[in-house]
Ligand binder design. Structure first.
Ligand code: SAM
Length: 284
């Protein structure tokens, strides 16, 4: 079989080639990625030092241009124009471009200008983290990095609490315990997984409730790169009528917020929704 990027085809059609690169283990570069990097006219990258090292490892020497989505508009326009006659590879420092990495403005502009765009799939930490976690993966929501500010982090988790899917976040080692503490406060009963240093020497997967993982990483500060995953809400076992009956009962002895938390725990229903119902019941 032969296509525009097969080894036997020595020149590439002009356009943009989105090339995924390894997230740690250099053996994860694909054959097709090597061929495109070898045959392209130049490489647009986040950091020329990082990509320079990868190219050197592959024995490839190419012009490199620094690119991020905040690059000057005229630089992007120039890059897009060059693709009318040149094959340009887009890479990020690691993994798949545009997964929490630059590139979408470039792709968007190429599409608008009728420049051919093709993608070479490969390593992506979010997908490998999901696979390693053993959490349900029929539905998952990739949510990038949690905000660094406490209030925004809490609001994001509250917003995502009702999503019926495994949540996938990117995380940094210094912020892991803060995020676990926020997850413990917002989603204390959810199964959580920490996938660390995927494909590298110290690859590690830990799973448990947020409180247990928080205690572990408080005592053993993590190093390296991390994907943090939160399992989906447990299936609700109660109807709305059942929940109202449980709320009414709980409201005899506790505040609406406590009643909502208790019934959420017992039924797997969303705490915020239950709180609103409890307030309604109290007023009725
Ligand atoms: N585009 C990349 C991808 O496809 O995975 C992700 C780039 S994002 C700027 C970097 C984040 O990805 C890190 O902070 C970490 O959360 C995650 N990550 C990258 N490599 C990883 C690895 N080997 N193990 C665990 N997480 C990793």
């Amino acid at each position: 079989m032969s296509d525009a990027t097969s080894p036997e085809n020595r020149s590439l059609t002009p356009g943009l080639y989105i090339v995924s690169t390894p997230i740690g283990n250099l053996g994860d570069i694909t054959l097709r990625a090597v061929e495109v990097l070898r045959q392209c006219d130049g490489v647009a990258c986040e950091d020329t030092r990082v990509t320079g090292k990868l190219l050197k490892h592959l024995g490839i020497s190419k012009p490199m241009w620094r690119y991020d989505d905040h690059s000057e508009h005229r630089d992007r326009t120039r890059l897009v124009e060059s693709m009318r006659s040149k094959a340009v590879a887009l890479v990020s420092d690691a993994g798949t471009p545009m997964v929490s990495d630059p590139g979408y403005r470039l792709v968007n502009d190429c599409r608008a200008e009728g420049i051919p765009v093709t993608a070479l799939p490969g390593a992506c930490a979010a997908i490998s983290g999901l696979a390693l976690s053993g959490l349900p993966n029929d539905r998952f929501l990739f949510a990038g990095f949690l905000p660094s500010k406490e209030k925004a982090r809490r609001e994001t988790l509250d917003e995502l609490a009702a999503v019926d899917a495994t949540l996938v976040f990117y995380e940094t080692a210094p912020r892991l315990t803060k995020s676990l503490a926020a997850i413990e406060a917002a989603l204390p009963d959810r199964e959580v997984a920490v996938a660390r240093e995927i494909t590298k020497l110290h690859e590690e997967l830990r799973r448990g409730l947020p409180s247990g993982l928080l205690a572990y990483y408080d005592a053993n500060p993590p190093k390296g790169e991390i994907v943090l995953l939160v399992g989906p809400p447990p299936e609700s076992i109660a109807s709305e009528e059942d929940a109202d009956a449980m709320l009414r009962n709980a409201l005899r002895t506790m505040k609406a917020s406590q009643a909502a938390a208790q019934v959420a725990k017992a039924t797997g229903m969303d705490r915020k929704t239950l709180y609103a119902r409890a307030m309604g019941l109290r007023l009725a």
